[in-house]
Ligand binder design. Structure first.
Ligand code: ATP
Ligand code: MG
Length: 685
């Protein structure tokens, strides 16, 4: 047994007693519940280091995080802690649930009847496949409008992740689609069959298959024995399927550690349920619970604003938990009332420069927003003032058209039967539309993926040279296996088409070339593609390389992507009703409460300064060219009590002064006090 007295690692002394208790926990399920910035992630990292230090082989530890970046940062930090003991955390299985599922399924594919070459379908491809099937089943020709492909995918995914019947999900979450229940069921059945036929796994399948694997009477126990310890960060955002997996992976072995904060549950749309935290102790009744109370991140006035924000929740929406700052007093947060979005953008840019002049590097500042397009004007203002920035969240990297093109080509190289990829690539060639592409595809299918048969089909002259080169690229996988070399070949073929199809081809080309560097870390093109689909770079910015002028840049991020992060100075844009909470998220109390938690996550990212901006006039993009300016009320979450935790500043055009009232005529005196007293005297009698 590890008694505290026997410990000598100096890093353990830097933890507080509750953190140390969690890090040195003797065994069995352990839950750390604590508010933002109390060191949950740090404690989890410490636990990994502690386990390795005490002799657990790194590859018998599984660390589940919300992003790949989080896992690699935690493991780098654990290795730092381990330096004095001469060990390191390399070899720990770290990553997202999906990435770990992929690794495990590749290992056990044979036993599961899965093709070893299975490909991972990212959500955009999954939606495209649903679209193809919608057409095939004639559902797009129905009288009333059948749900769009993205909605179909959202419904499907919600059913699978929450593990609830379609009818229930339709009724609760997508009531406007309820009339399509039968058609959707047919569509999802066809989708499942099609994926199996083509050896494709979408994101949800990765979890579903993992769960089945873990529950299997023969394979399950083998898998369970594979890991001595399982550790999970941001447990509040796990969904039902992920909880099932953890249960199955810990049915006889006991070591599971989870850390989380119910008040930060912001993924209900993926099936996470605010309530898992409390249910952990029901699932693992012998769990030890450690509560962390001190916040090490923020100064007290920032925590006061976050505390009162949560305190304004309606009754029954979570436990009160006041955050206390170890760092003590500091600056009061500021509510910036801006006449419009222009004024907001200018004011934020001014403040960024002011903090920069005062010595805060740009990367220690972040501008957070509910939706990626809320920073449109600010981005123009930043560019005008030469302030470099990187944007996280929003348009996913794989949704960017030129990236999709190149990835489609790479996928086709690896999976000759990938119809979706093939059709996309063929249509890049001049003069080749959907009909010719489909004809070319059927020729390849008949010839059992012998690409040279493509050259027998008559195609427009302009497409001919490109098609010939394409055949060469597709066949290159037979002689070349080095991932970066293959990516380079694909880029060389694609570059001229990219230049013809899109603006700013140089910028696009640069971002693609960065893929060559990333590919260098992989042994096979297949693994590289699967990982790219699962955990893509956060946005175009991630691949743009360091900004040209400077290696210091400001962070722009959606609040969702800012989870777990911290910055010295934080701005929260567009704190106006309709934006935060977002319009579309105001149909139920649960959704509104999730938006409030989102704002809580945003406030608690700030260490020293917090600015919340409210543009009083906003521009909204409506359907059918109904774009217009609207007067935006202050976010309903900034109640008078919350507002009292802020200092207010007004910027931009001053509001019109109120018209002067005409001089009042002299009035007789009224003894109001007496009248009020009299009311109660009469009542008493
Ligand atoms: P979130 O809920 O936002 O994910 P968290 O609870 O995971 O937050 P961490 O990110 O682990 O919190 O820690 C917040 C900050 O507090 C970090 O800068 C971390 O280094 C610091 N910190 C945590 N514990 C201690 C400690 N015992 N002494 C000094 N600093 C600490
Ligand atoms: Mg954390």
């Amino acid at each position: 047994m590890n008694s505290l007295a026997a410990l000598h690692s100096s890093w353990l002394d830097r933890l507080n007693p509750a953190q140390r208790r969690a890090v040195t926990h003797a065994g069995g399920p352990l839950l750390v519940v604590a508010g933002a910035g109390t060191g949950k992630t740090q404690t989890l990292t410490g636990r990994v280091a502690y386990l390795v230090e005490r002799g657990t082989p790194p590859d018998r530890i599984l660390l589940l995080t919300f992003t790949r970046r989080a896992a690699s940062e935690m493991l780098a930090r654990a290795s730092e802690l381990l330096r004095e003991s001469g060990r390191d955390a390399r070899g720990v299985w770290g990553g997202t649930f999906h990435a770990v599922a992929m690794r495990l399924l590749r290992t056990y594919a044979g036993a599961l009847g899965l093709d070893h070459q299975f490909a991972v379908l990212d959500p955009t491809d999954a939606a495209d496949l649903l679209n193809v099937l919608r057409h095939r089943l004639g559902l797009d020709q129905t009288r009333n409008r059948f749900p769009q492909k993205a909605t179909c995918l959202a419904i499907y995914s919600r059913c699978v992740n929450a593990d609830r019947p379609l009818a229930e999900i339709l009724q609760d979450v997508f009531p406007w689609c309820a009339e399509w229940a039968e058609e959707l069921r047919r569509l999802f059945a066809a989708y499942t069959e099609e994926k199996q036929r083509r050896h494709l796994l979408d994101f949800d399948d990765l979890l579903l298959y993992w769960r089945e694997l873990a529950r299997d009477p023969t394979l399950g126990p083998i898998l369970e024995q594979r890991f001595d310890h399982i550790l999970v960060d941001e447990y509040q955002d796990t969904n039902g399927l992920q909880v099932d997996i953890l249960r199955a992976m810990r049915s006889t072995r006991r070591d599971l550690m989870a850390v989380g904060d119910e008040a930060q549950c912001i993924y209900a749309f993926r099936g996470a349920v605010a309530g898992h935290m409390t249910r952990f102790t029901e699932l693992f009744p012998d769990a030890t619970v450690v509560v962390l109370e001190e916040n090490y991140r923020s100064v007290q006035p920032i925590l006061d604003s976050a505390n009162v924000l949560l305190d304004e929740r309606p009754p029954g929406q979570g436990f009160p938990r006041a955050l206390r700052a170890v760092r003590g007093p500091g600056e009061t947060p500021v509510l910036l009332i801006c006449s419009d979005e222009d004024a907001e953008a200018r004011a934020v840019a001014d403040q960024i420069l002011r903090h920069y002049e005062e010595g805060v590097p740009l990367h220690r500042m972040a501008v957070l927003m509910r939706a990626a397009d809320h920073s449109a004007l600010l981005e123009v203002e930043l560019a005008r003032r030469n302030i470099p920035f990187r944007k996280y969240g929003g348009l996913r990297f794989l949704e960017i058209a030129h990236v999709k093109d190149l990835v489609a080509l790479l996928r086709w190289m690896v999976h000759p039967r990938d119809e979706l990829a093939a059709l996309r690539v063929l249509q890049l060639l001049p003069g080749i539309g959907p009909a010719t592409a489909a004809q070319l595809w059927s020729v390849i299918v008949e010839a059992d993926a012998e690409f040279s048969t493509l050259l027998r089909v008559r195609v427009p002259a302009a497409a001919r040279p490109g098609l010939e080169d394409l055949v060469g690229v597709l066949r290159s996988v037979r002689t070349e296996s080095n991932p970066p070399a293959l990516v380079e070949r694909a880029i060389a073929w694609y570059a001229p088409w990219c230049a013809q199809l899109y603006e700013n081809p140089e910028g696009r080309q640069r971002s693609l070339e960065n893929l060559v560097h990333i590919a260098a870390g992989y042994e096979s093109l297949e693994d590289f593609l699967a990982d790219l689909a699962l955990d893509p770079p956060s946005g175009a910015g991630d691949l743009a390389g360091p900004p040209l002028r400077d290696d210091d840049w400001l962070v722009l991020s959606t609040i969702h992507s800012a989870k777990g992060g911290e910055w010295d100075v934080v701005w929260v844009l567009h704190a106006a009703d309709g934006f935060l909470p977002a319009d579309m998220a105001c149909t139920s109390t649960e959704e509104i409460e999730e938006e409030r938690r989102l704002l809580y996550v945003a406030f608690t990212r700030a260490r020293d300064y917090l600015y919340v901006t409210w543009p009083q006039r906003c521009f909204v993009h409506g359907p059918l060219r109904s774009d217009r300016h609207i007067l935006a009320p202050l976010s309903r979450f900034i109640t008078p009590r919350v507002r009292a935790a802020f200092r207010t500043e007004v910027v931009g055009r001053r509001p019109e002064p109120a018209p002067k009232l005409p001089e009042a005529p002299p009035t007789p005196m009224v003894d109001l006090h007496e009248r009020l007293r009299a009311r109660w005297q009469t009542e008493q009698r």
